[in-house]
Design a protein around this ligand. Structure first.
Ligand code: ATP
Length: 256
């Protein structure tokens, strides 16, 4: 069985000239972390949306492998795509409250999706939610508190728990540490790395921060003006960048 989970074939979506992404071909394998880097406006978020079923591209295909074989993401019915996004795939937004229900408890945020797939045993759901709170380093006695009473870092960890409780095969993350203080960011990155490796989850992560990419990603794609200009193993791309744009990105970090 191939370990290829998700791939894009000549994927293109343009809002206007040079605004969006063009002719993207990429692959994601089971258990790997793929980083998408590039400066602001290079099309990273738009590409992530298309790869994760939230933006139908104007051209090309997103395909994925599941138990039934190979499927074309945008040939699915809208409802099927949504179900896939809530069950087998997860999405971690930059702003945690975009991915949480602010007015239901932390435990409810984690348990809700289990109930949506038919789990009904309240005590089991609560125990699972507690375990996930502990796994993302939130005290389990906060289970009945609302996410709006949590710090930004805690909210982000809760958003991660809400996704991981479904044991997704793929997690899509857009600047997950974006709004956090540096020290909180570092802790979250450590936790993320531990959890995705432990649960063998494949990840596509968008970041403009090469430090985040270095820490998390196994492979990188570098985007400039909607195109992938370089890709490869993270260490190779960052230690020995071939494309002038990647060289510029790497050297601007070194100067900071
Ligand atoms: N819904 C939209 N309608 C029109 N233009 C859009 C839309 N969404 C994004 N764009 C434009 O497409 C280009 C790529 O945007 P995108 O958000 O994908 O870039 P990015 O690399 O993720 O940038 P950032 O790091 O700042 O989030 C930008 O020029 C942006 O202004």
């Amino acid at each position: 069985m191939s370990n290829r989970l998700l791939w894009a074939e000549n994927l293109t979506h343009l809002f206007a000239q040079n605004k969006g992404f063009m002719e993207i071909n990429c692959e994601l394998y089971r258990g790997e972390i793929l980083g998408i880097v590039g400066e602001s406006g290079s099309g990273k978020t738009t590409l992530l949306k298309s790869l994760s079923g939230r933006l139908k591209p104007s051209d090309g295909q997103v395909k994925f492998a599941d138990g039934f074989g190979e499927q074309s993401l945008y040939d699915l019915e809208e409802s099927e795509r949504r179900r896939l996004l809530r069950t087998d795939w997860g999405i971690v937004h930059q702003h945690p409250l975009d991915g949480l229900r602010p007015y239901i408890s932390a435990g409810g945020n984690i348990g809700e999706r289990l109930m949506a797939i038919g789990q009904r045993h309240y005590n089991n759901i609560r125990e699972t939610a507690k375990r996930w709170l502990i796994d993302v380093e939130i005290a389990s006695d906060r289970i009945d508190d609302l996410p709006i009473t949590f710090s930004g870092g805690m909210q982000q960890r809760l958003q991660i728990a809400r996704n991981l409780v479904m044991e997704p095969s793929i997690l899509f993350m857009d600047e997950p540490t974006g709004g956090l203080d540096v020290s909180v960011q570092a802790k979250l990155l450590d936790l993320l790395r531990k959890l995705v490796k432990q649960h063998q989850i494949a990840v596509v992560i968008v970041t403009h921060d090469l430090g985040v990419a270095r820490l998390l990603a196994d492979r990188l794609m570098v985007m400039q003006q909607g195109r992938v200009v370089e890709s490869g193993l993270t260490d190779n791309v960052l230690d020995d960048p071939k494309h002038p744009y990647t060289q510029l990105l790497v050297s601007s970090i070194l100067q900071n």
